[in-house]
Design a binder for this molecule. Structure first.
Ligand code: UGA
Length: 478
């Protein structure tokens, strides 16, 4: 099928290369000519596994680029809208880019078109797109509007697209459902997975064929917002439980493992840390709260999810203070600046917010991140230094802070790290290590929702937890 994708940002680009890999003829449309030429040359603007390979495989062949929206729409059967929906000051999504695409597409309908919302948008957006297109002269039987939300995580977006848990197709006519069904047929029939060039199935991905959930456009719009809100709620829940664990000396890893073993709950997105970040959860929660308010529902649960998330950063800062006493003049090695592992994205990164707070308190920061340092330099104060690897960052530092869950940070050479640090203190905001292993290497190890592990306390779990609690009580009294 010939498909135009409007917007070559994160979602548009991944959707474009993946649809081309499924066998469709894709035109990626953007009004940023510099971006288009870079893509045409094969430059990949984001850090995303399999994206360079797929771009190289299809650019110039099944994947074309164009700045001409009208012509691209005219030549396509389906037009995916994947433009930005940034938050306004009030927290709701700014839909002016979506509206402008709808206006432009309405002028270029010579045969039936399916307009598909891919951007995350509030409920009723499909209705508005339809109204705008009718107002601009499109005939009511010449097009349909559908909602096909994406559930792509940064870092694994390509495999999330190709090996999805579900594909949500929200459309209000049989004709438009049929177009969506055809677009995703290579996945739902399993045909794609049998091809020699198929991107390999990632570990842990379900082996059943993905299902297409056919529903109304409004329901699909809500599925996207509600899914992100639910995932953020799971994280905030784990963070709140972690705080209780810290107070009583329990281990949140075990507690969340125990909760997640219940198949009704599931183990994923129950990792406590320094709070969620990124370009989706913070923005989508505000937008969903705003949608709910407009519908007359005060969704206070969402306020609480957001509040716990913000508190979690403050709690971590307090942990750093309680481990190091004063922060002015302390040299702190920071591992991780991206909002999560596997990406160079620092939007709403809790790690960036923490580094900014630590610099304000007078700490000297030497940071490392495998992918996000260039982007971080643009927003962090000039005083922050950057290291080529974690060990250079640790050299001579008063303590090491782990702020992003990069896989490589879970496999550090601990003996080397202890040797490089001025004091063997690790404050881990992502719970990447086992306390006993850390103490065996001589570290005092602080993590989230687990007892602090110090070498002299290294005597076995329950006893050591009690000792740590006693130690904490002594500290409080002092
Ligand atoms: C999220 C959703 O997971 C995707 O399904 C969705 O399509 C996407 O938003 C979107 O709306 O476009 P993403 O923002 O890439 O994807 O990242 P996640 O992997 O969901 O992580 C979000 C944040 O939560 C990160 O800061 C991560 O460190 C944090 N997190 C995640 C935790 O603190 N604990 C966890 O257990 C999981």
């Amino acid at each position: 099928m010939r498909i135009a994708i409007v917007g070559s940002g994160y979602v548009g680009l991944v959707t474009g290369v993946c649809l081309a890999d499924l066998g469709h003829e894709v035109i990626l449309v953007d009004n940023d000519e510099a971006k288009l030429s870079a893509l045409q040359r094969g430059d990949v603007p984001i850090h995303e596994k399999f994206l360079p390979e797929l771009l190289a495989r299809h650019r110039g062949a099944r994947l074309q680029f164009s700045a001409d929206l009208a012509a691209s729409a005219r030549d396509s059967e389906a037009v995916f809208i994947a433009v930005g929906t940034p938050p306004t000051e009030q927290g709701d999504a700014d839909l002016s880019y979506v509206e402008s695409v709808a206006r432009d597409v309405s002028g270029s309908i010579s045969s039936y078109k399916l307009v598909v919302e891919k951007s995350t948008v509030p409920v009723y957006t499909s209705g508005w797109i339809r109204k705008i297109m009718l107002r601009n002269g499109a005939r009511s039987d010449s097009f349909d509007v559908a909602s096909n939300p994406e559930f792509l995580r940064e870092g694994t977006a390509v495999t999330d697209f190709l090996y999805p848990d579900r594909i949500v197709a929200g459309s209000d006519t049989d004709r438009s459902s049929e177009v969506l069904r055809q677009i995703y047929e290579p996945l739902t029939s399993g045909r794609y997975y049998a091809e020699a060039h198929a991107v390999p199935r990632p570990e842990g991905a379900r082996t059943q064929l993905p299902q297409l959930l056919l529903t109304s456009a409004k329901s699909a719009e809500l599925i996207k917002h509600a899914s992100n809100a639910f995932l953020a709620m799971k994280i905030s829940f784990a963070n709140a439980v972690a705080s209780v664990c810290e107070s009583v000396g329990a281990d949140v890893k075990h507690v969340c493992q125990g909760i997640g073993m219940d198949s009704r709950i599931g183990p994923r997105f129950l990792n406590p840390g320094i709070g969620y970040g990124g370009s989706c959860f913070p923005k989508d929660l505000l937008a969903f709260r705003s949608v709910a308010r407009e519908c007359g529902m005060d969704f206070r649960l969402l306020d609480e999810v957001i509040r716990i998330n913000e508190d979690q950063r403050q709690r971590f800062l307090r942990k750093v203070r309680s481990a190091l006493w004063t922060l002015r003049g302390k040299r702190l090695a920071v591992l991780g600046l991206a909002f999560k592992g596997g990406t160079d994205d620092i939007r709403e990164s809790p790690a960036i917010l923490l580094v900014q707070a630590l610099v304000q308190e007078g700490s000297q920061i030497i940071a490392h991140d495998p992918a996000a340092m260039a982007r971080a330099k643009e927003v962090l104060p000039a005083a922050v230094e950057y290291a080529a690897n974690p060990y250079d960052a640790a050299r001579g530092a008063d303590a090491l802070l782990i702020l992003t869950e990069w896989e490589e940070y879970a496999q550090l050479d601990l003996a080397r790290l202890a040797h490089e640090l001025k004091y063997p203190i690790v404050i881990d905001g992502r719970n990447l290590y086992d306390g006993n292993v850390m103490t065996q290497h001589g570290f005092t190890y602080y993590s989230v929702g687990r007892p602090t592990a110090a070498p002299e306390e290294h005597a076995g779990s329950v006893v050591s937890e009690q000792r740590v609690l006693k130690g904490k009580e002594r500290e409080r009294k002092a």
